[in-house]
Design a protein around this ligand. Structure first.
Ligand code: ATP
Length: 447
């Protein structure tokens, strides 16, 4: 993890939040390449969930919802973590994650492992951030920052089902920020106070719920595979009965082998009819499906694939990170899927003092950037420029050299194979678009 954190910081993907004030625990800010990578993760998810399908529509609901939403959903009473305090070191730990925490006196041990540790009984602590609406603290209405995007989907079920003219099975997909007052130390961007979720609620006739559950587990594993996560880094872990959330009759976690070990990347849950029933009872608005033709009516059951943007980004970074020695020099390379990479192509004039080369390179950059994410780099030796692009995962570099000036061809360098080929400058865009559209899988790791 240290290597990922250091690369992320060095190249401006991610850095600690509020750093000039000493940082704020479990909060991170995203720099230029981090934003571009995160945007690509979200775009690929939306593409797979909405654009490539006829049965899912998009939604963007508010972060602050009516407080009754969270009472009905069970979050006010049940969205808690069990916490223990240590009377000796005064630190607080999640009772169910003691094996991941470090004792305040002896960080090499877990809390409870030294004779000095004096842990309290576990107490429940709500994870929702509370705030108030209105200018007057005492009279303002108490509200919460949403801890998941899903409830915004359920409370809009009626609007969307009517307007989208969809009948079950159909889904509503949403990407947005969620907030949780997590007390466990972060592990970089794996667990943070605010994070983005990509959630989709798929409403189905209750009799079809099991087959749709299996379908979505497979579909979501397929998405990670499509974007280059190695099969050996991914596994599906069904929850035991005692681990299931209050609303779920079946949940499988899609886990990734992070440097901290196997951990949840995404959860796929069978939420049954719990949420629509709860909101129907609490709001008085009946949330059900009514077939206008036959008059048939029922409360649909829900399958929910819930993924984290930041956790997915971390998984893609970890799986892509590689170090190798090429021509006796070490290089660090991010073997990101070309459709996730922050920059698709770098345009590099070989000799930056040669105005004809610079002119050609800038014209090529201008043409490419109307369609692709492109970076023009004229700073330093060509080898160092290639290495900079390798570190941010740019799959292709186009170099304009002496020969370009005589025959209008450029060198295309491949990040993974390091192969260089000459292509006509006029065909560069079509060439890149074709390669971008082709399936990609990561090169095998040497054993
Ligand atoms: P965990 O037990 O690891 O905290 P969870 O089971 O509570 O996760 P869900 O409520 O299922 O998580 O949320 C769906 C997804 O949202 C998770 O799989 C994860 O990718 C992401 N997620 C949840 N909490 C956080 C967080 N604090 N920081 C970053 N991502 C998160």
């Amino acid at each position: 993890m240290d290597k990922i954190v250091s690369l992320a910081r060095r190249r401006g993907f991610v850095f600690p939040s509020s750093e000039i004030y000493g940082g704020l625990g479990s909060s991170y800010d995203y720099g230029h390449y981090g934003v571009l990578l995160k945007d690509n993760v979200k775009a690929r998810w939306l593409e797979a969930m909405v654009r490539e399908r006829d049965d899912i529509v998009a939604l963007d609901s508010s972060i602050i919802l009516h407080p009754k939403v969270w009472e009905a959903s069970g979050h006010v009473s049940g969205f808690t973590d069990p916490l223990v305090d240590c009377r000796t070191c005064k630190l607080r730990f999640r009772a169910d994650k003691l094996d991941e925490a470090h004792c305040g006196r002896k960080p090499s041990k877990h809390p409870g492992e030294t004779p000095d540790c004096d842990l309290t009984e576990a107490r429940h602590f709500n994870l929702m951030f509370e705030t108030r609406i209105g200018p007057v603290e005492e009279t303002g209405q108490s509200v919460y920052l949403r801890p998941e995007t899903a409830q915004g989907i359920f409370v809009n079920f009626k609007n969307v089902a009517q307007l989208a003219r969809r009948k079950p099975p159909f889904g509503i997909a949403q990407i947005g920020k969620s907030f949780r007052n997590e007390i466990t130390p972060g592990n970089f961007i794996f667990r943070t106070l605010e994070f983005e979720q990509m959630e989709m609620e798929f409403f189905v006739p209750p009799s079809e719920v099991d087959e749709w559950f299996r379908y979505w587990v497979e579909e979501r594993v397929g998405w990670y595979d499509r974007y280059g996560i190695r099969p050996e880094s991914l596994r599906v872990r069904p929850h035991d009965a005692e681990e299931l959330s209050h609303y779920s009759s079946a949940t499988s976690d899609i886990e990734f082998l992070y440097p901290i070990g196997w951990s949840e990347l995404e959860g796929v849950a069978n939420r049954g009819t719990f949420d629509l029933t709860q909101h129907t009872n609490a709001s008085g608005t009946t949330l059900e499906w009514v077939d206008a033709g036959t008059g048939e009516r029922y409360v649909p059951a829900v399958i929910e694939p819930a993924a984290g943007v930041n956790r997915a980004m971390l998984a893609f970074l970890c799986d892509a990170y590689d170090e190798e020695v090429v021509a006796e020099r070490e290089r660090t390379v991010l073997r990101l899927h070309p459709r996730l990479a922050p920059v698709t192509a770098a345009v590099l004039p070989l000799i930056t003092k040669n105005s004809a080369m610079v002119e050609k390179a800038q014209a090529l950059r201008d043409e490419l950037r109307r369609h692709l994410s492109v970076e023009y780099d004229d700073g330093g030796q060509i080898g160092r420029r290639y290495r900079r692009q390798d570190e941010i995962g740019t799959p292709w570099a186009l170099t304009i050299d002496e020969q370009t000036l005589s025959d209008d061809t450029v060198t295309l360098r491949d990040r993974d194979t390091l192969a260089q080929e000459r292509i006509p400058i006029g065909a560069a865009l079509a060439h890149l678009l074709e390669r971008l559209g082709a399936p990609w899988s990561p090169p095998a790791r040497p054993r």
